[in-house]
Design a protein around this ligand. Structure first.
Ligand code: HSE
Length: 582
């Protein structure tokens, strides 16, 4: 497998981003591609009817609007949507940069309201992609005089296709339909079929309102393939050289039934997302220790259950375990798997003590145990290590794997006391129920053992790791922490040794320009080094409600797609594979 990650251009149209409420689903789509190992550019249209509303405002003046002024006015719709998507990505702990058309060097020529893209600052975008997701407004460019121009109605498609061509990326246009159809599938008695693939010419005739015609002509001229699909859909339409191939429309599967165990920092975030995504998920119940306690978000009374055992008996497709602790969750997970339910968990303490047995049980029962959120929050640590190991033997895995201790070290560097810093980490929802596990390196050691399993296929008993925490920093270490040229990070590291593996978790002094030293707040940073010398470094927020929720939702969406695909690994538009942790 190549370690040079491909680029995916995801375009979110106004039919997908209808209102503010739709951003989180777009974030899930971006995260899915990024977690899959792609570098991602997200191109966005204005929200819902914004462009029409702005047009009306211009027309109300009663004069034919001046094209340049109209272009500037309409461009505000895309600028707002792009900035909001970047903010939503930040909230989920995914590194993202928002570039405007001038920063992206998106040059156009032709009519100011119906221009064509002719240039791009590739180097700038590639540089930004090394740091994370790049978000760009669609539809808008700059002419050679630096004035705002537009690419014609539906022009965000053109932005996405042009970027894909210039960057050598894969282009996915996300719409409110999962592809192009032979006729309108929503008409009563419709016998419409979905095109699984078709050539550009047929797409121009069939695509009509779905994809901007001008951009399809461009794709044909440059021989660019593109996929049209909907968020969460397992399939789409591949537009390229053809052949024309149609398939029956896919009936909308019933929502995945989810039993949620735990509704704390992460469980509350997961519940909020599940309730907002009723097309994909049905929450059958939420087990909590104290059903009378007030919660944010409020849990519908009909869902609350003080008895996890009773909830486990209800029909469900998947059990999401976000309780923490080991003994009870272990029993519940075992019971759920044995009853033929998939399990999604973030419980690294439990997994570090027995992941192989649980995977064995899951496999024997024909279901999946997914645990992306157990290491790294929004940092796809397990997935990255798995991909690296598939590419060649791994020499070492190291990283800042505990968000709380990283946050605490920064707070101490800023002059706060350990006690105040830990209290703040608890308030922000970064810390474990017992923060000693964060500070003494236990949490990082458990995560390291899970990463080692992926990297080397050899168990690494976290109890046997050399482990020092940050709970008692001496004066000298605090002085380094507060110096300008060096800093201290709690680093977990393991590598091959002559016999088996060797590993440790300990505070390390690092130069300020080291990637671990540059890891801020509750962010994590992972470095995988292959025997070939190749290094992969990745950062994202490792703790907190929304980053961890993102990883749990990504596992749940994998199950949605897996089920839609008939339980087997499935080709999406002949290209993409649903990746589910083994
Ligand atoms: N307490 C953990 C941390 C939460 O601070 O990293 C995420 O595993």
């Amino acid at each position: 497998m190549s370690l040079n990650p491909g680029i995916t251009i995801l375009k979110f149209g106004s039919s997908v981003l209808r209102s503010e409420r739709d951003f989180p689903l777009s974030v899930h789509e971006v995260y899915r591609a990024w977690r899959h190992g792609s570098r991602v550019v997200a191109v966005v249209s204005a929200l819902g009817s914004t462009t029409d509303d702005l047009l009306k405002r211009a027309e109300q003046l009663g004069l034919p609007p001046k094209p340049m002024a109209l272009a500037s006015l309409l461009a505000t719709g895309e600028a707002t949507a792009a900035a909001l998507l970047a903010l939503h990505l930040h909230r989920s702990g995914i590194p993202a940069t928002n570039l405007d058309p001038a920063q992206a060097g998106l040059l156009t020529r032709g009519e100011p309201l119906d221009a064509e893209p002719v240039g791009l600052d590739r180097a700038r975008i590639l540089r930004e992609l090394d740091r994370g997701v790049v978000v760009l407004p669609g539809f808008v460019g700059r002419d050679f005089a630096g004035r705002t121009t537009l690419l014609g109605r539906g022009g965000s498609d053109f932005t996405a296709l042009y970027l894909a061509h210039e960057l050598g990326g894969r282009c996915v246009l996300l719409k409110d339909v999962d592809g192009l159809y032979t006729a309108d599938p929503n008409l009563p008695g419709s016998r419409a079929r979905r095109y699984a693939s078709l050539d550009w010419g047929t797409a121009i005739r069939a695509g009509g309102a779905v994809v901007q015609e001008k951009s399809l002509r461009f794709a044909e001229a440059v021989g660019l393939e593109l996929t049209v699909t909907a968020p969460g859909a397992p399939a789409g339409t591949l537009i390229g050289p053809g052949p024309v191939r149609t398939v029956p429309p896919r009936p909308q599967p019933p929502p995945l039934r989810v039993a949620l165990l735990g509704c704390g920092t992460v469980g509350g975030g997961v519940l909020e997302r599940l309730l907002a995504l009723r097309r994909f998920f049905e929450v059958v119940g939420v087990a909590v220790r104290d059903p009378r306690r007030e919660r944010v978000p409020a849990v519908p009374r009909s869902l609350l259950n003080g008895d996890a055992s009773e909830l486990l008996d209800r029909p469900a497709d998947v059990v999401v375990e976000l309780v923490g602790g080991v003994d009870l969750p272990q029993r519940w997970i075992g019971r759920a798997l044995a009853a033929g339910r998939h399990v999604v968990t973030a419980n690294k303490a439990l997994l570090a003590n027995g992941i192989d047995a649980l995977h064995g049980l899951a496999a024997g029962c024909g279901v999946r145990l997914l645990c992306s959120a157990s290491v790294g929050g929004a940092l796809p640590a397990l997935e990255t290590v798995r991909r690296a190991a598939a590419a060649g033997p791994v020499r070492s895995v190291s990283g800042v794997l505990n968000g709380t201790s990283n946050f605490v070290l920064e707070e101490i560097a800023d002059g706060k006391s350990l006690r105040r810093a830990v209290a703040e980490a608890m308030r922000l929802g970064f810390a474990e129920a017992d923060p000693t596990l964060d500070l003494d390196g236990t949490d990082a050691a458990q995560k390291l053992s899970l990463l080692a399993r992926e990297a080397f296929g050899i168990p690494l008993d976290h109890h046997e790791l050399e482990r020092r925490g940050i709970e008692r920093l001496d004066e000298e270490t605090i002085a380094v922490l507060r110096s300008s040229d060096r800093t201290v990070r709690l680093v977990a590291c393991c590598r091959r040794a002559s016999r088996g593996l060797t590993g440790s978790v300990a505070p390390r002094v690092l130069p300020q320009d080291h990637p671990f030293a540059r890891t801020r707040g509750a962010w994590n940073c992972l470095e995988v080094e292959l025997e070939s010398g190749v290094r992969i470094t990745l950062s994202a927020q490792g703790a907190g409600r929304w980053p961890t929720t993102e990883a749990v939702l990504a596992d749940l969406f994998d199950l949605v797609r897996l089920r839609s695909a008939g339980g087997a690994k499935h080709q999406v538009a002949g290209r993409e594979t649903v990746e589910v942790a083994q």
